[in-house]
Design a protein around this ligand. Structure first.
Ligand code: ADP
Ligand code: MG
Length: 236
């Protein structure tokens, strides 16, 4: 490493072979992200936003390039190394919540700890505390179908935090929510950033949400068009 950014993405390419065509989902991305950034990623559908997020989260591997996170190039890790990296360092929040429908809110939040060697009583204590933190202390025994969309997304935020990740990645976290529930989700993400110093990277279509971020990048056709400090309002 030649500098000391927390996350340093270098000349990142992700190509997909589709029949005889090659799709350049990422076409040479360079970006540095500091600890404590709340970074938005905006751009039209198909521009490569999710691909970049998944690569930083170790859910996918690049065609070429480097992804340095806290001193390790995760692009060079094997499947085992990536699994450890995800468990230790990353929380994921998806647009569609991805909760397990047969499990209660509490069981959903406990679930990732099953693989992290946490004792059952500690699992329950930690999951309960996180569900209280997202305002669902009175809903811990409800199943996803018994919760609103906004409540389900707050369960998924609690789940993303159980292994105490330094980095939280959110892919259109308010995309399936009304504006009030979406606002609550953004407020929680902002709290995680400001009060707990977690690094947050959030893909969004909604320019108004950028007011909650500390910076954002714009992506088009797999390339970064702009890297903007401060909120959207300030930038424009
Ligand atoms: P965004 O999140 O900005 O909408 P994506 O990162 O999902 O865009 O996709 C970027 C481009 O890569 C799109 O053209 C998409 O069709 C393509 N792509 C993404 N994932 C795959 C895949 N697994 N196989 C083939 N093409 C893919
Ligand atoms: Mg996407």
């Amino acid at each position: 490493m030649t500098d000391h950014s927390f996350i340093q993405v270098r000349t990142l390419h992700r190509h997909f072979q589709m029949g005889t065509e090659i799709v350049h989902a990422l076409d040479g991305v360079d970006v540095a992200i500091e600890q404590g950034d709340f970074m938005g990623i905006v751009g039209p559908s198909g521009s490569g936003k999710s691909t970049l997020l998944y690569l930083i989260g170790g859910l996918d591997q690049p065609t070429s390039g480097e992804i340095w996170v806290d001193g390790t190039d995760i692009a060079a890790l094997d499947e085992n190394g990536l699994a450890q990296y995800r468990q230790k360092s990353i929380g994921f929040i998806f647009q569609s919540f991805n909760l397990i429908p047969t499990m209660t809110a509490l069981q959903n939040v406990e679930f990732p700890m099953l693989f992290a060697r946490v004792s059952p009583s500690e699992r329950t204590a930690r999951a309960t505390k996180l569900l209280e933190m997202v305002g669902l202390g009175d809903r811990i025994h409800h199943k996803p179908t018994e919760l609103s969309g906004g409540q389900q997304q707050r369960v998924s935020i609690a789940r993303s935090l159980v292994n105490n990740p330094a980095i939280v990645l959110a892919d259109e976290p308010t995309g399936n929510l009304d504006s009030k529930s979406g606002g609550e989700v953004i407020n929680i993400l902002q709290r995680l950033n400001r009060e707990e110093q977690r690094t947050i990277i959030m893909v969004t279509h909604d320019q108004s949400l950028l007011a909650a971020t500390t910076r954002h990048i714009q992506i088009l056709d797999g390339r970064i068009l702009a890297d903007v400090r401060g909120s959207y309002e300030q930038a424009n």
